[in-house]
Design a protein around this ligand. Structure first.
Ligand SMILES: NC(=O)c1ccc[n+]([C@@H]2O[C@H](COP(=O)([O-])OP(=O)(O)OC[C@H]3O[C@@H](n4cnc5c(N)ncnc54)[C@H](OP(=O)(O)O)[C@@H]3O)[C@@H](O)[C@H]2O)c1
Length: 362
């Protein structure tokens, strides 16, 4: 088996295809995999790559398939359904695992297998996509600047364009209800409540707390006991009707309404396209507060999130093949907290800027 061989499962999905394109541009020849024989074969033949079609439920076939490689990149979500069988297969085959989840239960599942991963001498890395890798590395950098941080707010701001796979996964995540981390524990909160305005990267954005898996990864990486993860809304006006969001999110806990919301979201929400993939930008802000109430802020600018994810995943594969980390790790633990700045066109806009006390803001 070639030392550098790796596989991408879910290769023909929207994000999977971006990863394949980026991998080819950097000279890789990944094995393409997915559950549909037709779609996997069609994509592989276009690029002259090896391929395999296997269902995640066929455990022994899956283990045989991934034994051909050193590492699996898993890009087929929702990961709450797809990660457990793939992680188990990677443990059984002794093959490194990376996914791009944003789902809290998936990261918890991954960390629950830390001891087994160490015994098998493999890496389990959940959350190597835009929203987790950026917040994890940025929060780690900020925590080293401000080691007395008691509270951290993380705000992600994108143009709001989502693939259908992300819409599906996001609605599943939201249906579990809101979460924040308080005194080291994950605490349930009503979804849609607690929205506020943040100012960074020259803009003011209204953002709401979301149950994203950086509540888990950033805690693992930094030990900061109080963390809230926000999503800046890509539209305005909601801040004027704050009661609307909790009502909308409550509806998502009802399965048929969630299905309806998925259909509507797929019809209404704009998709990433060639133009914004090549020229779009996204921002992650991390704001720390220490015991005296002093606030410090860091802001990162990246390319469009799906493009960033493709670049980050391929560079993560390269880093892992080189450094061979072992165990269940967060992105900053496995790759180093400076890793994000190695991803194309990512730059730090602010690092460690002291903020005026809230009362002094206009
Ligand atoms: N963390 C991040 O920043 C980030 C960034 C990008 C994407 N993501 C996540 O990555 C996932 C994929 O996104 P996408 O944009 O590529 O969506 P997509 O275009 O809808 O692709 C989803 C892929 O998953 C496969 N799949 C779904 N359920 C499966 C199952 N049970 N068994 C095997 N394959 C299955 C689909 O195969 P079929 O066509 O055969 O159904 C398809 O290949 C989503 O969960 C999304 O949230 C995260």
């Amino acid at each position: 088996m070639p030392e550098q061989s790796w596989m991408i499962y879910g290769a023909y999905g929207f994000t999977g295809q971006r990863i394949v394109d980026y991998a080819l541009a950097r000279g890789h020849r990944p094995v393409l995999a997915g559950r549909s024989k037709e779609k996997t074969q069609c994509l592989a033949e276009r690029y002259g790559l090896d391929w395999i079609s296997v269902d995640l439920e066929q455990h022994s076939e899956l283990v045989s398939a991934i034994r051909q490689v050193r590492l699996v990149v898993h890009s087929a979500g929702p990961f709450i359904q797809t990660a457990p069988p793939m992680i188990q297969a990677c443990l059984d085959a002794g093959v490194n695992y990376i996914d791009i989840t944003g789902e809290i239960p998936v990261v918890q599942f991954t960390f629950a297998h830390n001891r087994e991963a160490k015994r098998r001498e493999i890496l389990l890395l959940s959350g190597a996509g835009f929203d987790v890798i950026t917040s994890d590395c940025l929060a780690k950098q900020l925590s080293l600047r401000a080691p007395d941080t008691r509270e951290l707010e993380i705000i992600a701001a994108t143009d709001g364009r989502l693939s259908s796979g992300t819409i599906h996964s996001a609605l599943e995540i939201l249906s579990y209800g809101g979460r924040v981390r308080r005194h080291g524990k994950l605490v349930a909160v009503p979804l849609g409540k607690g929205g506020q305005k943040f100012r960074f990267a020259g803009q003011e954005r209204f953002a709401i707390p979301v149950p994203r898996c950086d509540l888990e990864t950033v805690y693992q990486s930094t030990g900061i006991p109080n963390i809230t993860s926000y999503l800046a809304l890509p539209f305005t006006g909601v801040d004027r009707i704050p009661q609307l969001l909790p009502a909308l999110f409550t509806a998502l806990s009802i399965k048929p309404l969630r299905k309806l919301a998925r259909i509507l979201a797929n019809l209404v929400l704009p998709r990433p396209d060639a133009s914004n993939l090549s020229s779009g930008a996204a921002y992650i802000c991390a704001r720390s507060t220490n015991v005296y109430g002093n606030q410090t802020q860091a802001v990162l600018e990246t390319t469009e999130p799906y493009r960033f994810t493709a670049g980050a995943v391929v560079r993560a594969v390269e880093r892992i093949m080189e450094t061979k980390p072992v165990g269940a790790m967060t992105p900053s633990q496995a790759l180093g907290h400076d890793f994000i700045l190695e991803v194309d066109e990512t730059r730090m806009l602010e690092m460690g800027a002291d903020l005026a006390p809230p009362g002094e803001l206009s």
